[in-house]
Ligand binder design. Structure first.
Ligand SMILES: [Cu+2]
Length: 136
């Protein structure tokens, strides 16, 4: 009898796994950003607050770029700072070498507006930036 209950328990866990798989698959859908001619495409994105999202950046240019996600203060710090290389240890901050594809993960904790951009010399001013609307 104990054996039968054991199998019922396993079946219950399997059923739960099946029921949970659809929403979690949607939650991990990555955002894809392409870089071409020193521009991000798309240059605006929408994300739901509370989501942790993988961001896959593809650099189609023959020159290096970077992706920095954050508020205006973060963008300002990078625009005027000396950090040239982002190895991915900081969430939402990655160097994207020429011809490469890089992934970073970012948690959008609250509604509002964030920016993404590249701060290699002249790139932000040229227009290498975008807006992320974080909805409720
Ligand atoms: Cu750039």
């Amino acid at each position: 009898m104990r054996h039968v209950l054991g199998w019922a328990g396993i079946a219950g866990v399997l059923a739960m796994g099946g029921a949970c798989s659809t929403p979690s698959a949607a939650a991990t859908d990555p955002i894809r950003i392409d870089i071409h001619h020193s521009r991000f495409g798309p240059d605006s994105l929408s994300v739901g607050a509370g989501r942790t999202v993988r961001i896959v950046v593809r650099n189609n240019d023959p020159i290096d770029h970077e992706l920095i996600v954050g508020d205006p203060a973060t963008q300002d710090r990078h625009e005027h700072g000396l950090e040239a290389h982002h190895d991915g240890t900081v969430s939402g901050e990655v160097s994207v070498p020429a011809g490469s594809e890089v992934t970073t993960t970012y948690h959008f904790d609250r509604p509002g507006e964030l920016l993404y951009g590249c701060h290699l010399p002249g790139h932000w001013a040229y227009g290498m930036r975008g807006v992320i609307r974080v909805s409720v």
